[in-house]
Design a protein around this ligand. Structure first.
Ligand code: GLO
Ligand code: MG
Length: 344
């Protein structure tokens, strides 16, 4: 069963533990060393930010960027790993302080478009056709700072620009309702998919659903997945967990609410997620308390929980579920699911 699913995570998921209130607590692990951990932890795919692959890319020419990305491709080959996607990191440069594509400053919007093209070049060099767009700062701190209609027009134009730049790429928009912004323009799966339909080639635009982001929007991640699956738009997922409405926690999958994790696995497995090469992507962070030597357990644990939940999903007595559903005895169905999860 493990072989039926391929798992991925990004190098930022092995991190030094800094948070807004305190410095790092673990030593930095070099990128090449992180790559060596993937297979050992049971992972086959690497998620990238453009500058995970090519650090300092803003100071390099387009040609130099491609050259460096090709060297990273060789490192991946050496480890037997695939690149799952590349995402333009449009939230750290001074020119993205007020957002990239939706910035009020035309020079900053131009920077964001250029950077996105370089990101596509990197994806091509890494041999992946998937671009993830987490629209980090495309929103506002105060409502009056930007025009929301114009912002959506600008987002659609930016996606168009990327689609036109390379006919072979697909774009998975990763919605999130807040953080770092007060409100973002693309807060939910529905918004992300609707944005895709404003573009020149909606077939090539889908979503990356992150469990925690759906929960932060007050929504159920498995229902969000069902919505995207109904439109055949679930290009990838960022599984993790979130304990209520607070900062984005990126907890290990299933650690806050096992039943909510079960429901995500159940819908993915039911509709053959992964059969067309989609990775089971994680976006999880180790707790800050974790010591150096054990700061990758959140990754292997999330994978273990996913696979265990696949087993539980497949062993659920579906005829019993059907009978109880037909009888509208949802209290009994509730107990059936809880007993199943408790191994009772
Ligand atoms: C933050 C996002 C972030 C993205 C990543 C890929 O809340 O989840 O981790 O997934 O940057 O674009
Ligand atoms: Mg994410």
């Amino acid at each position: 069963m493990a072989g039926e699913y391929r798992f991925s995570f990004g190098p930022w998921n092995i991190h030094e533990g800094s948070d807004p209130f305190g410095p790092t607590v673990r030593r930095k692990i070099a990128f090449a060393k992180k790559l060596k951990l993937y297979k050992k932890l049971g992972f086959d795919g690497v998620q990238f930010h453009d500058d995970d692959a090519v650090p300092g890319m803003d100071k390099l020419t387009a040609r130099q960027i491609v050259k460096e990305a090709k060297d990273v491709r060789k490192m991946l080959d050496g480890e037997g790993l695939a690149a799952e996607f590349v995402a333009p990191r449009l939230w750290e440069n001074p020119q993205t302080i007020d957002g990239g594509y939706t910035s009020n400053d035309p020079a900053c919007r131009k920077y964001a478009r250029e950077r996105s093209r370089r990101c596509i070049d990197i994806a091509v060099a890494l041999k992946t056709d998937l671009i993830v767009l987490w629209l980090a700062r495309e929103g506002t701190y105060i409502r009056e700072a930007k025009d929301s209609k114009l912002a959506v027009d600008r987002l659609a134009e930016a996606v168009d620009d990327m689609l036109a730049y390379h006919s072979g790429i697909k774009i998975a928009i990763e919605p999130k309702p807040n953080e770092p912004m007060d409100h973002t323009y693309i807060p939910t799966t529905g918004h992300a998919m609707a944005l895709g339909y404003l573009t020149r080639d909606p077939k090539r635009v889908g979503v990356n659903i992150e469990s925690a982001h759906a929960i932060l929007a007050g929504l159920d991640p498995s229902d969000e997945m069902g919505f995207a699956l109904a439109y055949d738009k679930l290009f990838t997922v960022h599984l993790n967990d979130q304990n209520g409405l607070k900062f984005d926690q990126d907890k290990s999958f299933g650690s806050a609410n096992l039943r909510r994790a079960f429901d995500q696995v159940r819908i993915l497995d039911k509709y053959d997620y992964g059969q067309r090469g989609e990775f089971v992507g994680l976006d999880v962070k180790a707790m800050r308390t974790q010591k150096q030597a054990t700061a990758t357990k959140h990754l292997s644990n999330s994978r273990t929980v996913f696979l265990k939940l696949v087993e539980l999903s497949r062993s659920l007595d579906e005829s019993r579920v059907e009978a109880l559903t037909a009888d509208r005895d949802y209290e009994e169905l509730d107990l059936l699911i809880m007993n199943h999860l408790m191994g009772a």
